[in-house]
Design a protein around this ligand. Sequence first.
Ligand code: CO8
Length: 264
Amino acid sequence: MSVGYEKNGAIATITIDRPRALNAIDSSVLDGLAAAIGEVEADPEVRAVIVTGAGGKAFVAGADIGAMQALTAVEAERFAARGQAILDRLAALAPPVIAAVGGFALGGGCELAMACDIILAGPRAKFGQPEVSLGVIPGFGGTQRLVRRVGMSAALDLCLTGRMIRADEAVALGLASRVVEAAEGESSQDAVMRVARETAAGIAALGPVAVRLCKRAIHENADAALDTAQAAERTLFGLCFATHDQTEGMSAFLEKRKAVFEGR
Ligand code: CO8
């Protein structure tokens, strides 16, 4: 299996597992990713998802160059369409998705990370869209998700130069959410997974309906006009008041106790 799926309580972990090819994305990875996303879609108990890469050196070093080399134009367009559709499904998952990037997140790997909601970068994480160095362009949504994350200027710089950036620059640009410090003797991958698990557990303890509605409010309206987007936001805000979680969350605050959310 090129992709592992594991569920621990309310937290699901998807691991891209082709370490000998630095977890490069071929059709077996796309199949495995689609299957893992299907598991989350079918499981309302999942409250947070972690996506990571096996082996410690790479999150994902891109689409598999060997598998792409001999593609015809029609096959390449089909491969890109499939990758884009799968990353769209990942981005549309109801629970928050955290990318735990311990090493290289290049090309399709950077695109995979950008389809996640929160990108945690270990001290040895490296990001980039180096496709132009191979005579191609990003094809799994990179030209579009990158510009939406970091703005036109930084997106053009990264895509047109193909340069690789470290975790601190990725955070400064708004590409990654946070840099994770490694403890003494801890690897970049172990550090990023430790913080990813803590972050996922923290999210899983929040009001589950509110977390999902908040994710929807941001994603579904990011490209809409402000008045349209705010109208959608207030509808979802109102919807929260139809939930047990809102009654419980506010009562618990006023009663100075910890809320017990039921996700309803
Ligand atoms: N595809 C296939 N194999 C890869 C890839 C990859 N993307 N990246 C690394 N590998 C393999 C290497 O070939 C090598 O295999 P082997 O041991 O059999 O020779 C092994 O992984 C280890 O890699 P290196 O020896 O190169 O390790 P280094 O530490 O020297 O370098 C790097 C690490 C810098 C990450 C280097 O491997 C590298 O530059 N990799 C390629 C990065 C890249 O260009 N990625 C973008 C690919 S294009 C893309 O993602 C387009 C996405 C949209 C697709 C649209 C569909 C048509």
